[in-house]
Design a protein around this ligand. Structure first.
Ligand code: SAM
Length: 193
């Protein structure tokens, strides 16, 4: 493990977070104040659970977080956390909407299994990002916020434009806890039109 990974992994352990990815969401939240008490949050690609864990803390007991992933975040236990085991690419969005209703915030930290071929990896990641945006277009409330991981590469500009069409304001945030070499970046859509 390199120094970077060591630092964030140790910090996550010390602070009892389920993964070091927490620090990315925390930094984004500090910049734009994503959450408020009592709101409903959908977390796409929630395993092992640190983003949901953080969102639960921020929204309090009266709010609810629904997490979706291919894998169950078994270590995340909270009365107001609901897990759906599903492949986001093929789930029925209408059915999801009828189960969980309209959401206040939608997060996507989904990442495909990497192949080592950067063209394939960027294309697969973009497919997940577009799917997250499609879900947001159907079950995010008006004025709701959207945070989505994307990889800078082929198709990134088009995706950014697609997010801009759905939201009043769009921001790109690259948290400090992302590895220097990584092409990962987060696109934030603020106030859905
Ligand atoms: C980087 S991890 C998310 C970490 C999480 N934000 C946390 O803080 O614990 C990416 C997740 O995306 C999930 N994922 C990838 N493709 C998916 C798909 N098609 N449907 C559902 N989840 C998917 C993976 O299973 C993986 O758990």
């Amino acid at each position: 493990m390199n120094k970077w990974a060591d630092y964030y992994t140790n910090r996550a352990k010390k602070e009892n977070w389920l993964a070091r990815s927490i620090f990315k969401l925390q930094e984004i939240d500090k910049k734009i104040n994503l959450f408020s008490p009592g709101i409903k949050v959908l977390d796409l690609g929630c395993y092992p659970g640190s983003w949901s864990q953080y969102a639960l803390k921020r929204i309090g007991k009266k709010g609810a977080v629904t997490g979706i992933d291919l894998f169950e975040p078994k270590r995340l236990k909270a009365e107001n956390f609901y897990f759906i085991k599903a492949d986001v690419l093929i789930l029925d969005i209408e059915e999801l909407k009828s189960h969980i209703g309209i959401q206040d915030v939608i997060l996507s930290d989904m990442a495909p299994k990497t192949t080592g071929n950067s063209i394939t990896d960027v294309a697969r990641s973009l497919e997940l990002s577009y799917r997250a945006l499609e879900i947001a277009s159907q079950i995010l409330k008006k004025d709701g916020h959207f945070v989505c991981k994307v990889f800078e590469g082929e198709g990134f500009g088009e995706f950014k434009n697609a997010v801009s069409c759905l939201f009043k304001k769009t921001k790109l945030i690259r948290p400090k806890s992302i590895r220097k070499k990584s092409r990962e970046i987060y696109i934030v859509g603020l106030n859905k039109k």
